[in-house]
Design a protein around this ligand. Structure first.
Ligand code: SAH
Ligand code: SF4
Length: 423
């Protein structure tokens, strides 16, 4: 989501005549589009800010801006702690960035973090970092208030974009040569809330599936409480919708899920995952898990470990809990020691590695459709892309196939990457 916002910001600024440079030292203005989801992300921004402090002191024309979630989360306080900052703009004020920069004189601090919801606006200018694959926002914000999560506080309440605007954007991207789009929302399954007429996420998928010359549709993220049979049917029946779902479990312990305010039990999740696997054979399921949530005992961790084995995720992102005031769980004592968080994190990572390897092995001998994204990092003679169920796959081929859909037969695999041969 941040990457997509950065593309929009780049597009709006280049439209106004700005140029992107590859080195902050050469820039007239340095903008940080920030993430607040874990403390680690904020710490990195602070580190980068310190590096630019002396440049800002020496050069009165140089400007520094903090954009995105950290801006909304800390607001005015950023100017006090880091006087080198000139501009602070939250995610909902994104469309004002060019005007705010134009107003920045260097002596006056500019703060814009006021809007609760992101306006349904089209940015004046756009930019895309990819050539074949693009992100498309379908909604902004979140209404779920999982107890650990900062997103509803920094990105505001949920707003869905009208279906027509989204379909038009997809058509425009296809006209420009894009083959694959990834629909973005914090919880795509609640798409349509607040729009006139009854429109659901599966309806949106149906409409996008009709866009001529579009090859692939992906989406992220689905909340397990809202993922249902209608969505699974759409994945099964709509030919462009790829057979992959990112379905964050967070924990296998019902006690932790309750404290996290996730509104489902592990049993509900497992049932849905089984249903999906039955309806869509070969579907890829990826997930997010948090270790070291306040009060999580060894038994809670064991429940997550067991869930990982039972669901057999294709891949998993594992995060160490990080308190995010004012999110609700920040009132709980962060009582799981860092060393324990680290151990649980490593244990899950090594289990997942085995499961991913096993999952990949089960694809050996099958034929898979891969969108060739570019050269593999390991060899000049190989290309890399993803299968429909989102597994990376390398195969010998010339550059002329980059951007094309190819059929490959899977011959081997590592825990992360399939090896195939063009059929
Ligand atoms: N809207 C998405 C993801 C949002 S953030 C969803 O609901 O799944 C991405 C991931 O970051 C979350 O799934 C969660 O696993 C992790 N995360 C969020 N807040 C966190 C925190 N305070 N500490 C550790 N991980 C966190
Ligand atoms: Fe955060 Fe939960 Fe919303 Fe995802 S659904 S963004 S984890 S509050």
């Amino acid at each position: 989501m941040n990457d997509r916002d950065s593309e929009l910001i780049e597009g709006m600024l280049t439209e106004k005549g700005f140029q992107i440079v590859d080195d902050a030292e050469k820039a007239d203005i340095a903008l940080f589009n920030t993430c607040s989801v874990r403390q680690h992300a904020e710490d990195r921004v602070i580190g980068n800010l310190q590096k630019l402090k002396s440049r800002r002191k020496k050069d009165p024309n140089f400007r520094i801006g903090i954009l995105g979630c950290m801006a909304k989360r800390h607001g005015e306080m950023l100017f006090k702690e880091y006087p080198q900052i000139d501009i602070v703009v939250g995610p909902s004020n994104i469309y004002d960035i060019p005007d705010l920069i134009a107003r920045s004189t260097g002596s006056e601090k500019i703060l814009a973090v006021d809007k609760e919801k992101r306006p349904k606006k089209k940015a004046a200018g756009d930019s895309r970092s990819g050539i074949f694959s693009a992100f498309v926002n379908i909604m902004y914000g979140c209404d779920n208030f999982c107890s650990y999560c900062i997103v509803p506080y920094v990105r505001g309440r949920e707003v869905s974009r009208p279906k027509k605007d989204i379909v038009d954007e997809v058509k425009h991207l296809v006209d420009k040569g894009f083959k694959e789009i990834t629909l973005l929302g914090q919880n795509v399954n609640s798409y349509g809330k607040g729009l006139s007429g009854k429109v659901t996420f599966p309806h949106l998928l149906e409409a996008i599936n009709k866009v001529k010359d579009l090859e692939r549709i992906r989406f992220t993220t689905s909340h397990p409480k809202d993922a249902d049979k209608a969505l699974f049917r759409a994945i099964r029946d709509l030919d462009k919708v790829c057979e992959h779902i990112h379905l964050p479990l967070q924990s296998g312990s019902d006690k932790m899920l309750d404290l996290m305010n996730r509104k489902y039990k592990y049993g509900d999740y497992k049932e849905k995952a089984d249903q999906l696997k039955e309806m869509v054979p070969g579907v890829g399921i990826s997930t997010d898990l948090i270790v070291g949530f306040p009060s999580a005992k060894e038994s809670d961790f064991k429940a997550t470990y067991k869930a990982m084995k039972e669901v057999e995720f294709n891949s998993a992102f594992i995060f160490k809990y990080s308190p995010r005031p004012p999110a609700e769980s920040s009132c709980l004592v962060d009582d799981v020691k860092e060393a324990v968080k680290k151990k649980r994190n490593n244990d899950l990572l090594s289990l997942q590695k085995k499961i991913s390897h096993q999952k990949n092995r089960s694809m050996i001998g099958t034929e898979q459709e891969v969108l060739a994204e570019g050269k593999s990092r390991m060899s000049d003679k190989e290309l890399i892309g993803r299968t429909r169920n989102n597994t990376p796959c390398v195969f010998k081929a010339g550059e002329d196939l980059i951007g094309k859909l190819v059929k490959v037969k899977i011959k081997g695999t590592s825990p992360t990457t399939l090896k195939g041969e063009i059929v």
